[in-house]
Each structure stands twice: as C-alpha cells, then as structure tokens.
Design a protein around this ligand. Structure first.
Ligand code: NAG
Length: 409
C-alpha cells in the first residue's frame, strides 16, 4: 500500500504522540506536510471498498463506491487505485461533486475479455458532469479490444463497441501520466467539455486495429493536448464539430492516420471548428500528417483559424491534406461540401513524404478554401520530386515552399 495512503489514515485517526514524533522525526514531518496540504485531505482507496487487485474479480462496484465517497466529500478528495490489476465493467463516475477530486491510478484497469459484456453503451469508463477533476498516476487502462477488432474484421453481428475513457459535460479536467492501450474504439473521447488538458499520456494500439483513434474531441472549448505519444490504428487526434480553442503540442504521432479536423459537415446545421493550433510535433509513418476533412454535402459548417506549425513528417503518405470530398458509400452523389475552410496556416513543416503527393488541397467547388498560407515547407521523397495539387484553393505562400505552391488567389 502506498505511503501516502498510510499518511492520510494516520492523520485522520489523530494518533500521533510525542513519543512517535521523537522516534520517527523525518517520517512524521513528511506526514504533517502531506496532511496539512489543503488540496487532498480525504483519501479513498478502492481496495478498502472491496476492489480486488487480482484481475479476476469484478471491481466495478467498489470503484463506484469509492468515487461516491470522494464525490460527497466536502473537502478535496482522492480516489486511489493502488498497484495491481482491477477488472472493471461499464463504470459511470458522475458529478457534480462537492469539491475537487484527484483520481490517482497506479495500477492497471482491464476490461473483460469478452467484449460483448460491455454491451452497446458506447463507453467503458465514463466521467460525466464533473468539474475540477485530475486523473493521474503511472497506471494503465487496457480496453482489451482485440476480440472486438476480430469481430469487426469478420463483420458478424458485432456490438457497436466502446470507447475506453470518456469525458462528457466536464469542466476543468486534467489527465496526466496514464497509459491507455488497446481500446475497442477511441481511447479518450472528450465531448461537451470546457477547459480540459491531457498531458504526458501514452496511447497504444496496433496499427491495423480498426477505428482505434487516440483522442477525439468535439462540442468542446479550451482543450490542450500536450507531450504525449499516440500510436494507433486510426487518427492520433480528431477534432469534431462545435469545437474551439484547441492547443496540441509535442505529440509523437504514428503509426496511425495523423491529426485530423473532421469529418465536418455531415449535418446541415452544424457549428464548425475554430482556433486550433498543432505545433512542435512529429508524425512517423502515418497515413496523413495534418488533415482537414469534410463531407461532400450541403452544410453550414466551417473550419477557420487553424495553425499547423513546426512539424516534422517522417515517411508520411499525405503530409498536408484538405479533403472536402468525403462521402463513404456514395451517400452524397454529385454534391459539393458546404463546409467553409479559411485562414489555415502551414508554417515550418519539413521531412519526408511516402508518396509524391505531399500537398493536396481538394476543396469544395461551391465553397473554395480561402486564406491558406504556406510558409517554409520542405517535403521530399527519397527518389522523386513531390507535388502539390489544388482544387478550388486560394491563399499565398512565402519563404521556401517545396513542393511549390499551387494556390490561386
Ligand atoms: C485560441 O485558443 C487558445 C488556446 O488554444 C487561447 O489561448 C486563445 O485565447 C484563443 N484565441 C481566441 C481568439 O479565442
């Protein structure tokens, strides 16, 4: 059991005597310094609520009980998951809570081997209507998605599948230090949240696992994703409709499909995406580098004030891509995208492209891209010159731009 927990227990039972103080001065000073911190003075260890670190017993209810105790605490509280493997089925951690919560995970949370037992709810671990929550620790969340992916590949009557960790209607959230592996679908989903930061996480799934996005953000404002490693079978990060003020920095992305804005414009009435920055990141062997993608159908959605800068591409198939022709299964024949794309800056993007088509701006004929800016771009292949392709794309370039710009005015 972790020392911190012992410290809290000792403090709460107030059994410190002068004699003990003399015997263990260093330890006691540590106890006092931890206990006097106002930030967490109630700790709820899931094991004390009956969770078993054996990987076999269903620990869902003990986790929920520890959460409820913490959530009802008037003082800031900690839910503590010690080392060990805990089997968790669908778990909903709901707020609002009475004060801040630190959800500290040192152990490993695993989903059931039988992917069907998570059902069709779409989530495995869900935080909803929570504010001032930090989820941290060096622990791991293992969605055990392999059975589900196999079902998807053979296509026989599979459930909808579940995301691993979802934040819904949450404010002021920090996720730090966790590892999330092998989600059935997306590893972290963020929807209807304000002010959320994900940092120092590792997200890992096989490159051939279907739809295992790293982080999906939509309907949210003020999201930062910082210093993280994302290697999956789909987008490292995808930003969906109705989202603004997103900052993405120091991401190691790949393998996977790159960082995407979209797909936008599936619905006619949709708020778009604005003010997104992706910077100081490296893409390795991804299908795309930075992509903006929209459906080829009527919509009043948009993507504007998007900044991609200081990026390194290593053997990326389509490093720079705008694709407004997305229309799977020919659901929108002979239509063009209504999504308005404007003020997109690509600055200091360098490295290698796997294909000659290093830059593609395939914009809507009815809503051409406006204000695209290229500055200091150098994307090459090992043997052939790279190309830039523009359809309905306007803007300007400056500095050295390779492949040369094809933008109209
Ligand atoms: C854009 O988003 C960043 C955070 O990523 C924020 O600091 C900045 O204020 C936003 N700009 C505007 C104009 O809202």
């Amino acid at each position: 059991m972790a020392g911190v927990i012992v410290a809290f227990d000792v403090f709460r039972t107030k059994v410190l005597s002068r004699k003990m103080f003399k015997l263990m001065p260093a330890c006691v000073i540590l106890l006092f310094s931890i206990a006097s911190l106002p930030s967490t003075n109630a700790a709820y260890n899931v094991v004390s609520f009956g969770a078993k670190p054996d990987g076999q017993s269903d620990s869902t209810l003990p986790f929920l009980r520890a959460w409820m105790a913490a959530c009802n605490s008037v003082a800031p509280a900690m839910v503590y998951v010690p080392r060990g493997t805990f089997l968790i089925k669908n778990a909903v951690f709901s707020g609002p809570c009475k004060n801040r919560i630190l959800f500290q995970i040192q152990g490993t949370l695993v989903a059931p081997w039988d992917y069907r037992s998570l059902g069709n709810s779409g989530f495995w671990i869900l935080f909803q209507k929570v504010s001032w929550l930090t989820v941290s620790g060096g622990g791991t969340v293992d969605g055990r998605g392999a059975g589900f992916w196999a079902c998807r590949r053979t296509g026989s009557n599979c459930p909808y599948g579940t995301r691993s960790i979802t934040f819904l209607w949450c404010n002021d959230i920090v996720v730090s230090g966790l590892t999330s592996i092998n989600s059935q679908l997306c590893h972290f989903a963020v929807a209807r949240c304000n002010n959320l930061r994900i940092q120092n996480v590792r997200i890992i799934a096989p490159s051939n696992s279907p739809n295992t996005d790293g982080i999906i953000v939509q309907d949210s404002t003020g999201v930062t994703i910082f210093r993280s490693i994302i290697r999956t079978g789909d987008d490292c990060i995808a930003i969906g409709p109705n989202t603004k003020n997103v900052w993405i920095e120091r991401i190691g992305c790949g393998p996977g499909h790159g960082i995407s804005i979209g797909s936008l414009g599936n619905g006619l009435n949709e708020n778009g995406v604005q003010n997104v920055t992706v910077t100081n990141s490296v893409f390795t062997k991804t299908d795309n580098g930075v992509r903006i993608k929209s459906w080829a159908r009527a919509s009043n959605s948009y993507a504007t004030n998007i900044n991609f800068r200081n990026l390194i591409m290593r053997n990326v198939a389509n490093p720079i891509l705008i694709d407004q022709t997305y229309c799977p299964n020919n659901q929108c024949p002979h239509q063009s995208s209504g999504v308005k794309i404007s003020q997109v800056t690509y600055k200091n993007i360098r490295g290698t492209s796997k294909t000659e088509a290093a830059v593609i701006f395939d914009c809507s004929s009815s809503n051409p891209c406006r204000g695209i800016r290229l500055q200091d771009i150098k994307l090459s292949t090992a043997y052939r010159a790279t190309t830039a392709t523009c359809n309905n794309a306007g803007g300007y370039s400056s500095g050295i731009v390779i492949p040369g710009s094809c933008l109209g005015r």
